[in-house]
Design a protein around this ligand. Structure first.
Ligand code: FAD
Length: 301
């Protein structure tokens, strides 16, 4: 299958093709075995062309943003990974258009420089625009859904543009979470006009909050669990005495019990075992069932 389409993929400009690329190089957890075929699309044209070619050949690629919400299996992914690296950002009056591979932090920085307020909350979220729209990323009382006007995506049926309402946004949820064959190409945001220095000050304060509360010194995928209704996953885990508990190289962070950190050499297997252990203990002690926020990638897709 791969040999058949490889020669056609090689004709697509701005598409880097790698075989057996370690996914640990592309995830913030620094975990994950090799992807059989790894395509890195540096323009939306390359992304659309590669996507269409794969679809026409019956291949469903794993779409990769900045890999900051993923746990990839130790044996890797026995299929095709399509990394979204197109990252153009443009500002027009109080709107910003961003390609899906742009970092959310870059969009937030441009908004600040343009005296546009609304994305301060997102400055420290290490995801891409595409990943943030899929996950409806949020922090400190803000969410992507608050500022998104529309997004465009490609599916096997063509390229479409949907407005905010059509995303069915919820807590860490969007229409894209339920349609894995939709690939976000770009997004457009609308902001209110503000004061550049005040926006910068808010961003600095939130960054300081993150640094003091989150284990940013270790590889992780951020909060492992969704916030259960009426409480915080981290507080429940701490209450169960699990702070610092480890399996292999994976540890419940001493700084923030909602994070699992890679203390060096952690495997996906270590992380999964630790997640299961946490879920079991928390359920037994508190009756609350913790649901994962991070996405799992298995070898067989
Ligand atoms: C230190 C740290 C702090 C974090 N803090 C926060 C926080 O405060 N708030 C928060 O919400 N999250 C947080 N996260 C989690 C993560 O950054 C977000 O979920 C982010 O939105 C994921 O974006 P990504 O580009 O890295 O997506 P990836 O991890 O690459 O992918 C996540 C999912 O989205 C899909 N996907 C990615 N791009 C596309 C695309 N273009 N089209 C279709 N599907 C796509 C993938 O297939 C996968 O299912 C944190 C993570 C870390 C490591």
């Amino acid at each position: 299958m791969f040999e058949h389409i490889l020669s056609e993929l090689k004709n697509i400009p701005d598409l880097r093709i790698l075989e057996n690329e370690p996914m640990s190089h592309h995830t913030t957890f620094k975990i994950g075995g090799p992807a059989r075929l790894f395509l890195d699309a540096h323009s939306t044209d390359a992304l659309s062309s590669a996507y269409s070619l794969l679809c026409d050949s019956g291949v469903s690629p794993l779409i990769l943003g900045n890999g900051s919400n993923l746990l990839v299996s130790d044996s890797g992914f026995d299929g095709t990974v399509l990394k979204v690296s197109c990252n153009k950002i443009t500002v027009c009056e109080n709107r910003i258009f961003a390609e899906a591979g742009a970092l959310l932090s870059s969009v937030a920085s441009l908004a600040q420089k343009s005296a546009l307020s609304g994305l301060e909350f997102a400055h420290g979220i290490p995801g891409s625009v595409g990943g943030a729209v899929v996950m409806n990323a949020g922090a400190y009382g803000g969410e992507i859904s608050d500022v998104l006007i529309c997004s465009t995506y490609i599916s096997k049926d063509g390229i479409f543009r949907i407005c905010n309402k059509e995303h069915n946004f919820g807590y860490r949820n969007s229409i894209y979470k339920h349609n894995s064959d939709f690939t976000v190409l770009s997004a457009e945001f609308e902001f209110s006009c503000g004061d550049a220095e005040k926006i910068a000050e808010t961003m600095r304060e939130l960054a300081e909050k993150r640094r003091s509360k989150q284990p940013l010194e270790y590889p992780s995928a951020g909060s492992v669990f969704k916030r259960p209704e009426g409480c915080f996953a981290g507080a429940l885990i701490e209450q169960c005495g699990l702070k610092g508990f480890s399996i292999g190289g994976a540890e419940v962070s001493e700084k923030h019990a909602g994070f699992i950190v890679n203390r060096g050499g952690a495997t996906a297997c270590d992380v999964r075992s630790l997640i299961e252990h946490i879920q079991n203990v928390v359920l037994k002690e508190t009756g609350i069932s913790l649901e994962c926020e991070i996405c799992f990638v298995q070898k067989e897709g």
